[in-house]
Design a protein around this ligand. Structure first.
Ligand code: ZN
Length: 119
């Protein structure tokens, strides 16, 4: 008779933790299909719209603090401004802005509020 191996593991421990939201899962497969906002945002890093939003975000930060180093993409993702910038870039694409990055630059220099423009 084939012995059933009973694993006496501490099954309550969530061995697989999402590195983005720190949520724990008991199975690796569940973690793999798990999707959270941060994971989704990180996966979109290569999208042109998101990249442009990221560039604008850095322009925005440079305009605030002259000596600041550029922010990382991860910092952008965690930033409360993430949605505002991505929304703004989608808006630029929608109106077919000729040079979105210059537009972004102009916007920041003139102290326009992103939310005012997009809404
Ligand atoms: Zn997660």
């Amino acid at each position: 008779m084939a012995g059933q191996t009973k694993k006496s593991e501490t099954s309550s421990a969530k061995a697989f933790v999402c590195e983005h939201c720190q949520k724990g899962f008991s199975k690796e497969t569940v973690l793999a299909v798990h999707n959270c906002e941060t994971k989704r945002r990180l996966a979109q890093e290569k999208e042109s719209g998101v990249r442009l939003g990221f560039n604008c975000f850095n322009q925005f930060h440079r305009s605030l603090r002259s000596t600041a180093a550029d922010k990382t993409y991860r910092e952008f993702v965690d930033s409360p401004y993430y949605l505002a910038f991505v929304k703004f870039v989608r808006y630029l694409v929608e109106i077919r802005a000729v040079a979105p990055e210059s537009y972004c630059d102009w916007l920041l220099r003139n102290n326009k509020k992103l939310d005012d423009l997009v809404s």
